[in-house]
Design a protein around this ligand. Structure first.
Ligand SMILES: Nc1nc2c(ncn2[C@@H]2O[C@H](COP(=O)(O)OP(=O)(O)O)[C@@H](O)[C@H]2O)c(=O)[nH]1
Ligand SMILES: [Mg+2]
Length: 173
């Protein structure tokens, strides 16, 4: 089978603390499976997926982060030329939400003002974050909020589709 030529090539980066589910989301989306015992990645791992959306073919180059400690050195290369980003937090660990500014500062300083989708992961578990607080932060940052479960494959495709569409639409003034 011959792959179609992409109409658009987007670099999508995953941001968020260790353990929030970034690798699980990527694996679920790209390979329809959960990570095996591949261990933690060092630096960044790249994945490619070709998708057709509303008649256009997109080549998505998806960047997944390894250990948190490596991000300080990686941040420029990791974020530069990103077309858009996911900020992922874990609804069972509030501090992962409150680190959003640090992640977005790194993104925006390297990539400029690119679209971000905020991902509230682990919705199969009870939340310990006030949902109104999550909504308030999403509104304040003007990001779309998608609630996912990587392990149960809930809204994973929707998160990717939302980001691709936001990038395609551009940031209208
Ligand atoms: N219950 C639940 N666990 C999840 C979910 N997503 C990831 N996990 C678990 O959270 C842990 C960290 O996930 P991982 O994808 O490695 O996070 P990363 O460090 O952000 O890449 C693993 O034990 C996953 O199985 C989810 O949606 N629900
Ligand atoms: Mg990971």
């Amino acid at each position: 089978m011959v792959s179609p030529e992409p109409d658009f090539v987007y670099k999508l980066v995953f941001l968020g603390d260790t353990g929030v589910g970034k690798t699980s989301l990527v694996q679920q989306y790209v390979y329809d499976s959960l990570p095996g015992d591949i261990g933690s990645t060092i630096g960044a791992t790249l994945h490619v997926k070709l998708v057709r959306l509303k008649g256009a073919v997109y080549k998505l180059v998806i960047w997944d982060l390894g250990g948190e400690e490596s991000f300080a050195q990686l941040r420029e290369q990791y974020c530069s030329n990103a077309s858009g980003a996911f900020f992922v937090f874990d609804r069972t660990r509030p501090e992962t939400l409150y680190h959003m500014d640090e992640w977005l500062d790194a993104l925006f300083s390297a990539a400029g003002d690119v679209p971000v989708v905020m991902v509230e992961n682990k919705i199969d578990l009870d939340t310990v974050v006030d949902p109104r607080e999550v909504m308030r932060i999403a509104e304040q940052k003007a990001t779309r909020l998608i609630q996912t479960s990587a392990t149960e494959n809930v809204n994973v495709d929707l998160a990717f589709t939302s980001l691709v569409e936001a990038i395609r639409a551009g940031r209208s003034v």
